[in-house]
Design a protein around this ligand. Structure first.
Ligand code: GTP
Length: 190
């Protein structure tokens, strides 16, 4: 499930992952909740991800609350060009604590990293916040595609392990995987 303020790029991130395209142009806010499926090959196993795209607008909050309970993983997004969306992360974390399952997989993403000139949130600030809450963190761009597949693949690997891991299999380590595989945030032309 993707959560975060309105306009941070949740729908675009999902569309980039699902269809490999960027939704440029007019911003159409999600109403309530929407979902898309994608089947991934994770180390030889087919994993079907059902991805719920929530509305960031305050007025839909009660609708999205109802979905937290069933979510296995949450991608919490802010927009690196919008400081307010970053400042609101703490409030989102409180919501998550209140409504989501205790063992939900949670990842923090700073999106729109392609907009280098408009950046208002430094990468280090994202890293610091993530560290404070013990969250895996990456900067992404739905526009350039930076780290988008990686974020969803990491989640899929973690979820697959939680359901099917044999005792003899090595443990998948989400934090380490994201740190190792994630690419730098301020490069990459669209
Ligand atoms: N430059 C840039 N723009 C982006 C990126 N992702 C989204 N946008 C733009 O940001 C605006 C909002 O994107 P959405 O994906 O609709 O935002 P949302 O978080 O789903 O918004 P709600 O549905 O209201 O919660 C759109 O105009 C997008 O084109 C990105 O990675 N880079």
């Amino acid at each position: 499930m993707l959560v975060g303020d309105s306009g941070v790029g949740k729908t675009c991130l999902l569309v980039r992952f699902k269809d490999g395209a960027f939704l440029a142009g007019t911003f159409i806010s999600t109403v309530g909740i929407d979902f898309r499926n994608k089947v991934l090959d994770v180390d030889g196993t087919k994993v079907k991800l059902q991805m719920w795209d929530t509305a960031g607008q305050e007025r839909f909050r009660s609708v999205t609350h109802a979905y937290y309970r069933d979510a296995h993983a949450l991608l919490l997004l802010y927009d690196v060009t919008n400081k307010a969306s970053f400042d609101n992360i703490q409030d989102w974390l409180s919501e998550i604590q209140e409504h989501a399952q205790r063992d939900v997989v949670l990842m923090l993403l700073g999106n729109k990293v392609d907009s280098t000139h408009e950046r208002e949130v430094k990468r280090e600030d994202g890293e610091k916040l993530a560290k404070e809450y013990g969250l895996p963190f990456m900067e992404t761009s739905a526009k350039s595609g930076l780290n988008v597949d990686l974020a969803f693949t990491a989640i899929a690997k973690e979820l697959k392990q939680r359901t099917t891991k044999a005792p003899s299999e090595p443990r998948f380590r989400l934090h380490e995987y994201v740190k190792r595989e994630g690419r730098g945030g301020s490069c990459c032309r669209p």
